[in-house]
Write a protein that binds this ligand. Structure first.
Ligand code: SF4
Length: 372
């Protein structure tokens, strides 16, 4: 098979973690559930993109930064409104501190959210780099923001994500990378590493090529590990756990990250669509024959030949009703109440005529069905 999409740092990591999970995600294209921590990270990243995206030496004000944060806030995946509000406030506090620290020494970077696309031995690789700064000596500093509470810094000198960013910048921007930085936002601390030496870059190149080769040869064996499987959305579909889900009907791939729910959603949707079609046909057939009731073997259907009035200019309707001294009868000109007034034989015919001039009488047969 062909690669389903260019590789990226995260897809290579996912393949390394569990090839079967990679297949579910990128080959079968089954989406994972939204997660609040991804939404939070995305929201803060967008705010910083706005901050550093300023095309002038003057940075956005704190008010502008917070307004942009609010505007681009991603609300998906939170378990409750309280949790969302808590994260929103946490991000706001973080951005205030960030602005306080960096507005003073603001310099527009060389690139913000830099999108790269390169080939490693013919394998397409894509990605985004949070920020690329130009240093006074003309070399580059690559910055990756981290929003998680904990950041493992012990491996920063060999971390393959930063190695990939160095490779991308040097091959695409034609300048040498001097520094690789993980910026831990909750503590406002920058963790720096020097540029990678050739052996590490070669190791990354090999990893890219090996991963691409394994994917094209369709090597998608599951790699179960408690810590990973525990959070895996594909568990109900995974061959390793199939016995646990033996009695649960599963939707085919692509349906959603919730296969049991997907089966019910599709069943309900199909039943409703079929019911609507059958109902329209039955209503038409009853009307054609002039019947209001018909019997099947198991059900009885009744067609209530109700009519209703529809009004566009509700203000005028209210004026007429008030003028006729009947305001209390409808309290407000809600459509059902005005309809009642129109169908009430006791209503003054002059008012009925006035209202009829403002509306349209619509046939609204109501089909009811019940078991026999
Ligand atoms: S449940 Fe575990 S083994 Fe199965 S796809 Fe997910 S991570 Fe892989």
């Amino acid at each position: 098979m062909k690669l389903p999409r260019p590789l990226s740092h995260s897809s290579i990591t996912l393949y390394g973690e569990c090839p079967q999970k990679y297949k579910f995600r990128y080959v079968d294209e089954i989406p994972e559930k939204p997660r609040h921590f991804f939404s939070y990270g995305q929201s803060v990243h967008s705010a910083l993109e706005f901050f550093y995206g300023a095309k002038s030496p003057v940075p956005p004000t704190l008010e502008q930064l917070l307004a942009s944060y609010k505007e681009t806030w991603v609300a998906k995946g939170y378990r409750s409104q309280d949790e969302e509000a808590e994260y929103f406030d946490q991000g706001k506090a973080l951005l205030k501190l960030f602005h306080g620290k960096h507005a003073k020494d603001f310099k527009p970077p060389l690139h913000v959210e830099y999108e790269f696309a390169l080939e490693v031995e013919g394998v397409p690789v894509r990605g985004f780099i949070d920020r690329v700064d130009k240093l006074p000596d003309g070399r580059l500093a690559v910055v990756d923001y981290k929003t998680g509470k904990k950041l493992a810094t012990s491996r920063i000198d060999i971390d393959p994500q930063l190695t990939m960013y160095q490779l991308a910048c040097e091959s695409q921007l034609g300048a040498e990378v001097a520094e690789l930085i993980f910026y831990h936002l909750p503590s406002l601390k920058e963790h720096r590493a020097l540029r990678r030496a050739l052996p590490l870059v070669d190791e990354l190149r090999r990893r890219v090529v090996d991963t691409a080769e394994a994917i094209t040869k369709e090597k998608f064996d599951p790699k179960p590990m408690d810590t990973v499987c525990k959070w895996c959305d594909y568990k109900p579909l995974c061959p390793i756990f199939k016995n646990q889900y033996a009695d649960v009907p599963m939707a085919p791939a692509k349906a959603s990250g919730e296969p049991e729910l997907a089966v019910l959603v599709d069943r309900y949707g199909a039943a409703l669509a079929e019911a609507e079609k059958a109902g329209a046909e039955l209503g038409k057939a009853l009307k054609k024959k002039g019947y209001v009731r018909a019997f099947g073997v198991k059900y009885e259907a009744t067609l209530n030949p109700a009519v209703r009035w529809e009004f566009l200019d509700k203000k005028k309707v209210l004026e007429h009703i008030k003028k006729a001294g009947l305001y209390e009868k409808v309290l407000a000109p809600s459509t059902p109440l005005v309809n009642k007034l129109m169908e009430d034989p006791a209503t003054d015919p002059a008012l009925k005529a006035d209202l009829a001039g403002l509306g349209e009488r619509v046939d609204a047969p109501e089909l009811k069905i019940k078991p026999l």
